[in-house]
Design a binder for this molecule. Structure first.
Ligand code: ADP
Ligand code: MG
Length: 423
């Protein structure tokens, strides 16, 4: 994979990461090593956790990303049984989180009939799987309708895994967005069946290895979004690898607070202010640049029509909240990104869902498309944002399907769902 990073090719524009990879390069088991799959029931854990607007899928990127592995298994003559989750139902069936519309979309993309089981491991699941012939595909109902999927109790997860295992002969792990979770359909199932990583998981690992190995420099990381405490952890590790960190989105206010500034009613993690102060100090000692916005778009309310104004980042009004980085910051961030050779971006710069707060995210996305080097976008909302703002997947090197999983990988953590696939 490394050799795809054409060392001295000055003409190479925004490299596209191919999902073709040298399987011998990884230390996880691969589908080829599972032997002849004809007639075998292959349980595939996919990530089909798409954003829904009622029953309409508002961004089907994850369904697209799961297609190649499923198709490959079909072509090998397997009977493909797809397990996946949607949203956060409370361990019981909830029609609002049914995978039925997602299964229908998968069928359209695969251009084959996709059977749908009305339960996850019950009578319908067994009847559906029994009805498959070689090359057929079935989708099981949401695994999170079962409390055993996400239970903290090993025995409960194991018991649910046993029920899934009764539906299959081998297991393929392809849901990259969940490999950081020790959950029954990710971890315990792999312990119980011959298993392998699917093509999506391999492609994601390949890209992340390029970021943690010897990234071409300058290596710029852009962080934003709303899950502040989830994202602060990665900074620790990035201070050792990245050259520049650009910080926007909701997490920026905890940093501005650490500098002693007023942040009004913005998103703030008060208990992380000291951590942010330490990061700023360490960055200086280690020669890593942490770049914060110099201006902020504020409004009285988090509402599309709320009157937006631009203020200096060190002069935010006490009764308003920051909803986007300002235009000067957007330009500065764009310039930092454009001159990088490697960029990892996780988390929108503002509330991009509302046009008045989308400019910062748009500027960063645009700059990524102009990079001569490797660009990686991670995170469900970040991926949705680039599509919503009119960019296409092929303008980026790689759009990761997993936000949390890619961050934990970059943090240097062991991901249980990958660990269990090691040879
Ligand atoms: P990802 O899914 O890409 O990892 P997150 O889930 O962390 O990203 O964050 C995405 C959300 O962050 C978006 O819905 C966006 O509206 C929100 N967001 C961005 N900037 C702000 C801000 N300044 N205040 C509140 N929410 C924000
Ligand atoms: Mg998100």
């Amino acid at each position: 994979m490394q050799n795809l990073l054409a060392q001295g090719d000055p003409l190479a524009q925004s490299e596209r990461v191919s999902s073709a990879h040298d399987e011998g390069d990884t230390d996880v088991l691969t589908i080829d090593e599972l032997g002849d799959l004809r007639g075998r029931r292959v349980l595939v854990r996919s990530d089909l956790n798409v954003p829904l607007d009622g029953t309409r899928i508002s961004d089907d990127g994850r369904v697209h990303a799961s297609v190649p592995t499923i198709r490959r298994l079909q072509d090998a003559g397997a009977r493909v049984v797809v397990a996946a989750h949607l949203g956060r139902p409370q361990g019981a069936p909830d029609p609002a989180y049914s995978l039925a519309p997602v299964a229908a979309r998968l069928g359209e993309l695969l251009q084959t009939r996709v059977a749908f089981a009305a339960d996850t491991v019950g009578d319908s699941a067994h009847a559906t799987v029994d009805g498959l012939t070689d090359g057929d595909v079935a989708v099981l109902e949401n695994v999170r309708f079962q409390p055993g999927e996400t239970s903290k109790d090993d025995t409960e997860r194991g018991a649910f895994a046993d029920q899934l295992v009764a539906l299959a002969d081998v297991f393929v792990s392809d849901g990259f967005g969940v490999v950081h979770r020790k959950q029954a359909s990710v971890y315990e199932v792999a312990q119980r069946l011959p298993h392998a990583a699917g093509g999506l998981v391999l492609a994601e690992i390949d890209v992340l290895r390029r970021l943690t190995g010897k990234p071409q420099r300058p290596y710029v990381v852009v962080l934003g979004g709303s899950k502040v405490s989830d994202k602060l952890g990665v900074i620790d590790n990035l201070l050792g690898t990245a050259d520049t960190l650009l910080i926007g989105g909701g997490m920026v206010f905890t940093f501005l607070k650490a500098l002693g500034h007023e942040v009004g009613t913005s998103l703030l993690e008060a208990d992380q202010v000291d951590t942010c102060a330490r990061y700023l100090e360490r960055a200086q000692q280690q020669g890593v640049r942490i770049v914060l916005p110099i201006d902020i778009v504020v409004a009285p309310q988090l509402e599309a029509q709320s009157p937006a104004t631009v203020v200096a980042a060190d002069a935010m009004p006490a009764d308003q909240l920051g909803l986007d980085i300002g235009p000067d910051s957007a330009e500065a961030f764009g310039n930092e990104v454009r001159t990088a050779r490697t960029v990892f971006w996780n988390g929108p710069m503002g509330v991009f869902e509302m046009e008045s707060f989308a400019a910062g995210t748009r500027a960063v996305a645009q700059a990524l498309t102009e990079v001569d080097g490797l660009t990686v976008v991670g995170g469900g909302d970040s991926a949705a944002a680039v599509r919503l703002l009119g960019f296409t997947d092929d303008q980026f090197g790689h759009i990761s399907t997993g936000g949390g999983a890619s961050l934990e990988y970059l943090e240097g953590k062991t991901l249980p769902g990958l660990d269990v696939l090691e040879r």
